[in-house]
Design a binder for this molecule. Structure first.
Ligand code: SAM
Length: 244
């Protein structure tokens, strides 16, 4: 059960497509971010067309996959490691999109798909877990998408790389994993160096990258880091690549 305040907070008119989805359902299935706000904003910068084959990589509870199928009529391969395919299948069937969304349980370095299979890839709050190695994109992820296909990311990040360690005022709430938060420039350089994609679009969600974090933080109420940072470093990054 979620408070009326939290349910109200997740229904935001800035995200009119996401706002159509039950607040309780969004909250029950959240995995650390306002997934539907992010996927709506990323999808708005892509050319998703009905019938396209889309990989939703690191889909968690597959709510972004259900959203993409319902809103854009695409076929979605809802792929995740931590969440069992059977659990996602149940949610997919309950949402009535079993003809469009296929749950897959897989690790990002062992993806069971043919090269060039996907028309597009969407990746919400997930790529940072496995995609920061210099070789990852070309060896694994990038092979799966066809030429000219788009890849859309929502990445938790920072405005500027830290000189060395996280600033003292953030230390108490910083887990070492969080060093996978990188800056806009870091991600741009990371993908430029791949030599196999063009960067089509990068921004901080129309200037809202930090305020999305600040608005979201009191909902799950477990990311004190965001409150303490108070807009100094942390921001969501939106990025769209196109495969050469
Ligand atoms: C923070 S959750 C986000 C889930 C969902 N995209 C959302 O926004 O609600 C990160 C997801 O990345 C997936 N993930 C992390 N490491 C992975 C890996 N090595 N291979 C496949 N998926 C991975 C996890 O299974 C998890 O569901």
């Amino acid at each position: 059960m979620f408070s009326e305040e939290k349910k109200k907070a997740i229904i935001d008119e800035k995200y009119p497509l996401a706002a159509k989805y039950d607040a309780e359902w969004q909250l029950e299935n959240e995995m650390g971010s306002p997934c539907l706000w992010l996927v709506e904003s990323v999808a708005n910068k892509m050319n998703l067309k009905p019938g396209m084959r889309v990989l939703d990589m690191g889909c968690g509870n597959a709510i972004s996959s259900i959203f993409l199928a319902k809103e854009f009529g695409v076929q979605v391969f809802a792929t995740d490691l931590w969440v069992a395919a059977s659990d996602n299948w149940k949610r997919i069937c309950e949402a009535g999109v079993e003809h469009l969304v296929y749950p897959i349980h897989a690790e990002a370095h062992d993806l069971p798909f043919a090269d060039g299979f996907f028309d597009a890839i969407v990746c919400i709050n997930s790529y940072q877990f496995y995609g920061t190695a210099d070789t990852y994109f070309n060896e694994y992820f990038g092979k799966l998408i066809k030429k000219d296909g788009q890849i859309g990311f929502a990445l938790p990040g920072i405005y500027k790389e830290f000189d060395e360690m996280v600033p003292d005022y953030l230390k108490e709430h910083w887990w070492t994993d969080f060093y996978y938060f990188h800056s806009f420039d870091w991600w741009k350089r990371h993908f430029k160096r791949c030599g196999t994609v063009d960067i089509e679009f990068v921004d901080d969600f129309d200037g809202e990258g930090n305020s999305i974090m600040m608005k979201w933080e009191p909902i799950p109420d477990r990311m004190k880091l965001v409150r303490i940072d108070n807009g100094r470093n942390l921001s969501w990054i939106r990025m769209v690549l196109r495969k050469r």
